[in-house]
Design a protein around this ligand. Structure first.
Ligand SMILES: NC(=O)c1ccc[n+]([C@@H]2O[C@H](COP(=O)([O-])OP(=O)(O)OC[C@H]3O[C@@H](n4cnc5c(N)ncnc54)[C@H](OP(=O)(O)O)[C@@H]3O)[C@@H](O)[C@H]2O)c1
Length: 280
């Protein structure tokens, strides 16, 4: 197959491209910086300069592709004033552009990376894909993105990822550094659940979905073990010989998700079934 990727330079993209290529697929990519074009070309990718917000730049790189992957996002730097407008634009206008360009260029299949955060607070429930979605305060553009994909006549697939960790994500580095500094505080009483996925497992799911997911499929991509923040952060603190994390302020949604559907349909299974093996 020939696979088009936008988001090739991101954490997920960097793990997905080599996995596509080692399975014999050729990869076309649109990236924003000239040095990324050069680097990716040296790695065997047919890389082009472009931007998901510039629909014209997507067309030629999509020529002769069988699949288009939307792995782009623009999460703002952490801080008091986080500006999500660019990310909203990528989800709304970017998705619109890529769907339209893929359709124009005769691409058959479309894979949209999405987020499990859309389930909101699930309490103790382990959410399947049918769980009602909620925009909450932060995710209306992700809901709009999913709506656009659902309305497309392409053979679309959506993957709702859990929280990525593993190489390049820096997520566990941040936990470990906070644990060492004594600032790894639990959200609330720590009983909320988090659904993790190692980014390499996420990338394998993207490859499998590109190759063989049935049209109209939506899958959660999470490991086998939703875990409470209390258990997870205690584990990290123990690894670092740091004090037990205290209860902190604020709260987070409790987000335990099931991976039964993707296990069944695509025979995907996580190489890191829980944070224990995943954190080494
Ligand atoms: N990280 C998580 O925990 C997590 C969890 C669930 C789902 N997801 C989803 O997984 C996907 C990938 O996330 P990630 O963590 O790999 O993100 P990331 O590392 O921040 O990478 C984002 C990618 O999007 C590209 N991009 C940004 N703006 C663009 C534009 N205007 N045109 C073209 N490309 C653009 C970036 O290119 P540049 O290099 O040029 O900036 C980069 O390649 C996203 O859909 C995200 O919502 C992430």
């Amino acid at each position: 197959m020939r696979v088009f990727v936008v988001g090739a330079t991101g954490v997920l993209g960097r793990h997905t491209l080599p996995r596509l290529m080692e399975r014999g697929h050729s990869v076309s990519a649109v990236v924003r910086r000239p040095d990324d074009v050069t680097r990716l070309r040296r790695l065997g990718v047919d890389a082009h300069r472009g931007d998901i917000l510039d629909v014209a730049s997507l067309r030629e790189p999509l020529r002769d592709c069988d699949v288009a992957l939307h792995l782009a996002t623009a999460i703002p730097p952490r801080g008091a004033q986080m500006d999500w407008s660019r990310n909203d634009q990528i989800r709304r206008e970017g998705t619109h552009n890529l769907l339209a360009a893929a359709q124009d260029m005769g691409v058959r299949r479309y894979v949209q990376q999405s987020i499990t955060f859309l389930y909101g607070d699930c309490g103790e429930l382990i959410a399947p894909e049918e769980h009602p979605l909620t925009a909450g305060r932060s995710y209306p553009s992700a809901l709009d993105m999913e709506e656009q994909v659902r309305a497309s006549s392409l053979e679309w697939v959506m993957l709702r990822g859990g929280s990525f960790y593993g190489p390049g994500t820096h997520r566990e580095d941040a936990w470990r550094s906070d644990a060492n500094q004594g600032t790894l505080a639990l959200p609330g009483d720590g009983s909320a659940l988090i659904s993790l996925v190692r980014v390499e497992d996420m990338a394998r799911a993207v490859v499998l979905a590109s190759e063989s997911a049935p049209a109209g499929a939506i899958y959660n991509v999470v490991d086998d073990t939703p875990v409470s923040y209390r258990e997870l952060y205690s584990y990290v603190a123990a690894q670092m010989m740091a004090p037990e994390p205290p209860a902190g302020g604020g709260r987070v949604d409790s987000l335990g998700c099931s991976n039964a559907a993707i296990r069944r349909a695509l025979r995907w299974e996580p190489a890191w079934p829980s944070y224990r093996s995943g954190l080494g």
